[in-house]
Design a protein around this ligand. Structure first.
Ligand code: GLY
Length: 371
């Protein structure tokens, strides 16, 4: 005899949330946290951000009579793994965190990914807010709900979509951000221009000096435009069935380069190189004209994302096959076939599969000629 018992779970969910962008957001944050009324707020951050900002935020929360605590882990992409997640969860338990508590992800992309992942698995899920402190986290990783950790064999292989309750982008943090980190974030902003907004790309071309001087109006403009592009895509395709893949322009190659370098090459630089290589592929296929390719090359290099020795140390002719193999493990791959996001023009991309490995290798060699 067979019995079929149906579990009906039709959801009507509203997971909408606000991204507040501005300066000196402390008061806004404290008022919100009081209003949200969680049993406890736990800042999850790395050891570097803890010293720079975490301890101060914790003290300010306590001063504002908000029940709070802090857990930190050793900074760096190489610690973005399940062992770090387990350690943080044990610590949360030790500190009396419960299901009504809220995690505050304070830091860059690695922190946001780990803290968001911790929040979504701890006691089967607690709420979390994002306070990104790097440009890259402000315009990309803190928005859209992708959280997760790496496996040895690939980036973000363990993870889920878990949207934050709110995101606070305080551009004050950018005043003291190292230039290399500003460049890292610029890679994702240039990416947004190439995939969806020609005017943003042109703005960066014309105002790069203002951005590097950290002028408020320039920073606000590129952050607000980027956030708008990303949120529009996420609203239409939260779980990345197709459209959201466009946000992965430069990432198929970039993630493989990062992995090959044992994560010594930072994400932004990996993505920048990936954009150069993937644009070259598009040019070779006759999809992107040589003038637009040149503009992409120039802007990426002017943004400080050019090819330094660290790239050649990490990837060379001998591991070209390995690089392509890593690309085949990309999460966008379908039945082993890599799906590339390729530009048709600045401001417009398309998804293309069934590319020959040789074309990919030739394009890599074109971009990294010293190989
Ligand atoms: N960083 C790509 C995405 O959020 O989909």
């Amino acid at each position: 005899m067979v019995r079929n018992i149906r579990v009906k779970l039709k959801y009507k969910l509203d997971n909408s949330y606000d991204i507040v962008i501005g300066e000196n957001l402390d008061k806004v944050i404290f008022n919100d946290l009081k209003r949200f009324a969680h049993s406890k707020y736990v800042i999850v951050t790395d050891d570097v951000t803890r010293k720079l900002l975490g301890n101060k935020l914790l003290a300010a929360l306590k001063k504002n009579k908000i029940s709070s605590d802090l857990v930190s882990f050793t900074a760096g992409e190489k610690n973005k793994n399940i062992a770090t997640v387990t350690k943080i969860c044990r610590e949360l338990l030790r500190k009396g965190t419960d299901r009504k508590s809220c995690v505050i992800a304070l830091g860059g992309g690695v922190v946001g990914d780990i803290a968001g992942f911790v929040a979504s698995v701890f006691m089967r899920g607690v709420e979390f807010v994002q306070i990104p402190t790097t440009l890259l986290a402000m315009v990309d990783s803190s928005i859209g709900g992708k959280v997760g950790v790496d496996l040895d064999s690939g980036k973000n292989i363990l993870g889920m979509f878990a949207q934050p309750k709110k995101v606070y982008v305080d551009i004050n943090f950018l005043k003291t951000l190292p230039t290399s980190e500003l460049e890292n974030g610029l890679a994702e902003i240039i990416k947004h221009g190439i995939i969806a907004d020609k005017r943003l790309f042109e703005y960066i071309e014309k105002n790069l000096d203002k951005i590097f001087m950290r002028k408020k109006d320039a920073l606000m403009r590129i952050i607000v435009d980027s956030v708008k592009i990303k949120k529009t895509i996420v609203e239409k395709d939260e779980k990345e069935s197709l459209l959201r893949m466009k946000l992965n322009f430069g990432h198929t190659t970039g993630h493989a380069i990062e992995a090959l370098s044992n994560y010594k090459i930072k994400h932004g630089k990996g993505v920048a190189l990936g954009m150069l290589i993937e644009s070259r592929i598009a040019n070779k296929l006759g999809m992107l004209n040589s003038f637009e390719l040149l503009r992409i090359n120039l802007l990426v290099r002017r943004a400080g994302l050019d090819i330094h020795d660290d790239v050649f140390k990490a990837v060379n002719k001998k591991n070209l096959n390995k690089l392509v193999l890593l690309m085949h493990h990309d999460k966008k791959a379908f039945k082993g076939d890599i799906r590339f996001i390729l530009p048709l023009a600045i401001g417009k991309v398309t998804i293309k599969s069934s590319l020959k490995d040789n074309l990919i290798k030739e394009s890599v060699l074109d971009v990294l000629p010293a190989w």
